[in-house]
Design a protein. Structure first.
Length: 391
């Protein structure tokens, strides 16, 4: 529950996209543990009834400045008691009001009190969005320190296609998480993460690989992003949804992964989560026919990707991952020394394809941490916290 200690104030304005805010609020409450208070403009209540948000949050919804809920300074109290104001969807009207300091209803008054501590997700017709006045207002809010999750292109409610759609749910949620969980120690740092398996081809059709899905690497990348890092995610073949704001690089073989890693040897941190396939067969051109028969396949070893990176980037903090079955601790510690790592995380083969992981983390200084079985995002958060602290 990444927001279990956070209180959010969620502003809803009069847009057809307001129904999407229901799903975002529900996710933040149910999956992230946030406490959320909703403020709706009168126009917003024409699209979604307040009772919907009351049901999702378990709290009364505020609409009127001088209504039956709260007291005379409700706009001050709501702003003071929240860690962040999110306005989603934000119409051109509310954006203009905030940019000009107008406070003529409850939400705009709360925004004036809250200052720049806001995440704003616009949604409107493309011509309204592209209007120079709206663009100037958005630019002004950015300059003042507000986070603006820009509109996306697509089908609009008016029947046209263009820019103005509310950003995808994941993008908005990550912007909120990053605003609330940013860590000064990672802010502006370059973090490279590898994820998933690699493939080594026998012929043009068949390959050798392993059961890695990339879930742990993606979890590490997402948590590093939330904590403020610039994240590059180099991943082998996988079926996972791309993470917004992350620079995704796709590779297939160990050689390709090494080549991409060395392009980012200026990284401050490397989390080598990928299960690089060690066995590389001599590749046959075309497809091996059954009638021709195969008596043997010549095998060599793939390059040691993480060791090669360490040699080229001695100043980076490098975290390796190990899957060992026999003599797990002894073999994992041996890898830590041989590859020149700062940390190494052992995880069981049972973690492949699972949403959960059970990690034992070792440091070069000899420390050991057991991170009990938990969701991979939670485990990723613990690993990053320990690594950033230097062990």
């Amino acid at each position: 529950m990444r927001l279990s200690d956070r209180k959010l104030l969620f502003g809803i304005t009069g847009s057809i996209a307001s129904y999407k805010a229901v799903y975002i609020v529900r996710h933040l409450v149910k999956n992230e543990g946030a406490q959320i208070q909703v403020v709706m403009t009168k126009a917003a209540t024409e699209f979604v009834r307040p009772v919907v948000f009351e049901t999702v949050t378990g709290s009364p919804v505020y609409v009127e400045m001088f209504g039956e809920v709260g007291f005379g300074t409700v706009h001050i109290d709501l702003a003071r008691e929240s860690d962040l104001l999110v306005i989603c969807p934000a119409t051109a009207n509310i954006i203009a009001k905030i940019a000009c300091g107008i406070a003529d209803d409850l939400l705009s008054s709360v925004a004036l009190v809250k200052g720049s501590n806001m995440v704003i997700a616009p949604a409107m017709n493309d011509q309204m969005y592209l209007n120079p006045i709206t663009q100037d207002n958005i630019s002004k809010l950015k300059r003042l320190g507000c986070v603006v999750v820009e509109c996306e292109e697509g089908d609009l409610a008016c029947g046209t296609t263009g820019i103005g759609r509310l950003a995808e749910e994941k993008k908005i949620i990550l912007a909120i998480l990053r605003k609330l969980r940013e860590d000064e120690r990672l802010k502006g740092k370059k973090v490279v993460v590898t994820a998933g398996p690699t493939r080594e081809y026998i012929d043009d059709i068949r390959f050798i690989s392993n059961r890695s899905t990339g879930k742990m690497g993606f979890a590490i990348a997402e948590e590093a992003l939330i904590k403020g890092a610039e994240v590059v995610l180099i991943s082998g073949p996988n079926s996972l949804e791309k993470i917004p704001y992350v620079n995704h690089v796709e590779v297939e073989t160990a050689e390709e992964m090494l080549e991409e890693l060395l392009e980012h040897r200026d990284a401050d941190y490397l989390f080598m989560v990928s299960a690089v396939e060690d066995l590389v067969p001599d590749r046959v051109e075309g497809k091996i026919k059954k009638k021709d028969g195969v008596s043997s396949i010549n095998i060599k070893y793939a390059p040691d990707v993480v060791k090669s990176f360490r040699e080229k980037s001695p100043g980076a903090t490098v975290v390796g991952f190990s899957v060992e079955v026999d003599n797990a601790e002894e073999n994992t510690r041996k890898k830590l020394e041989e590859k020149g790592l700062d940390f190494i995380a052992w995880n069981s083969p049972d973690a492949f394809a699972s949403d959960f992981n059970d990690i034992v983390l070792y440091s070069r200084s000899g420390k050991r941490w057991h991170l009990p079985k938990g969701k991979k995002n939670d485990v990723a958060q613990r690993i990053i916290d320990i690594v950033v602290q230097g062990g």
